[in-house]
Design a protein. Structure first.
Length: 331
């Protein structure tokens, strides 16, 4: 055969060059095939506002033609959903995810979605630090779960555990209601429950405030940054089996959604009001106090390990006996 038979035509050369240019122009995150449906879950707390906004703005359309957000109300409801398989991609407390991973439940962490959103709320000026809670009645939601573990670690470090009268309650909103009714002196609240309590106190002349920022307290006690990577998006093995390749795209979208939420809290609050079943103005006002981020789990790992280590100092079973290994960190 003549050597000229192997000589490429001008058209094929140009086509190949165009294909090569396209390949180099493709974003670093490759686009995986979309799912038929993407079902997201989260608590009625600030990180879920990011999910709600991403859905409302159509930012997740490339991942699935149908995207939903459902809320769970208590950690026990979350655990039940994970066990039954009805929940496979959800915002959850990082401590819960670590515990489930170490117990072989196949839960991994995609990211951290807040640097902490816990405050003690009380009458303005009544308390300035944890020592000021001595002898006071403090409502604590979700006993034996993340908010309680964080508080315990901080009180134990100052020898205050027996000095504060901790009142177990079922939820942050219940704690807020008890505070407004004068049944307690202070409440440990996450956002947006802190904002709910403060706003509801105004009509009755109650001047409630975030008197203690637990993130700042954490930083002082540990000598580190005021960062509590309290909650993040976690995925079960059931999701990873068919959707793992979508995680980089999902992370990219949620980073963009977080920036949009911080830039326009009013719109974000409106987008999230139906899913979180809270008034849009409350959600909007809670956003600046929620330390929202969307940080890949591997980047958040040092802060996560610091938090988990101190939380589990008195009881390693809180995190399943040990710090989770590399397999826990999905991105």
């Amino acid at each position: 055969m003549s050597p000229t038979a192997f000589r490429p035509s001008r058209r094929s050369v140009l086509a190949g060059a165009a294909a090569l240019a396209t390949a180099f122009a493709t974003p670093s995150i490759l686009r995986a095939a979309p799912l038929a449906r993407l079902a997201l879950y989260g608590p009625p707390a600030a990180p879920s506002i990011v999910l709600a906004h991403a859905i409302a703005a159509g930012m997740l359309a490339e991942l699935a033609p149908e995207v939903t957000l459902s809320t769970w109300r208590t950690p026990d409801e979350l655990r039940a959903g994970l066990t039954s398989g009805t929940i496979d991609l959800s915002v959850m407390p990082v401590q819960v995810a670590a515990n489930l991973y170490n117990r072989g439940m196949g839960v991994g962490l995609v990211n951290s979605m807040t640097d902490g959103l816990l405050h003690v709320v009380a009458e303005e000026g009544s308390v300035t630090d944890l020592a000021g809670l001595q002898g006071k009645r403090l409502a604590v939601p979700f006993v034996n779960d993340t908010p309680d573990f964080v508080l315990r670690a901080l009180l134990d470090a100052q020898g205050l555990s027996e000095a504060v009268q901790q009142v177990p309650v079922g939820s942050p909103i219940e704690a807020a209601q008890m505070l407004l009714a004068g049944q307690i002196d202070a409440a440990l609240l996450s956002e947006p429950a802190s904002t709910v309590a403060i706003m509801r106190g105004i009509p009755s002349g109650r001047h409630l405030a975030r008197v203690i920022d637990l993130q700042e307290e954490w930083g002082r006690q540990t000598g580190g940054a005021p960062v509590l990577p309290q909650a993040g998006l976690a995925a079960t093995q059931a999701f990873l089996d068919h959707g793992r390749e979508l995680l980089p795209q999902l992370q990219e979208v949620l980073e963009q959604a977080t920036a949009a939420v911080l830039a326009d809290p009013v719109r974000a609050g409106t987008d999230a009001t139906a899913a979180l079943e809270m008034p849009a103005p409350v959600l909007a006002l809670s956003i600046p106090h929620s330390r929202l981020v969307t940080r890949p789990a591997s980047q958040a790992r040092p802060a996560i390990e610091s938090m988990l280590s101190l939380m589990a100092k008195g009881d390693p079973a809180i995190i399943g006996g040990q710090l989770p290994d590399d397999g826990f960190y999905l991105l």
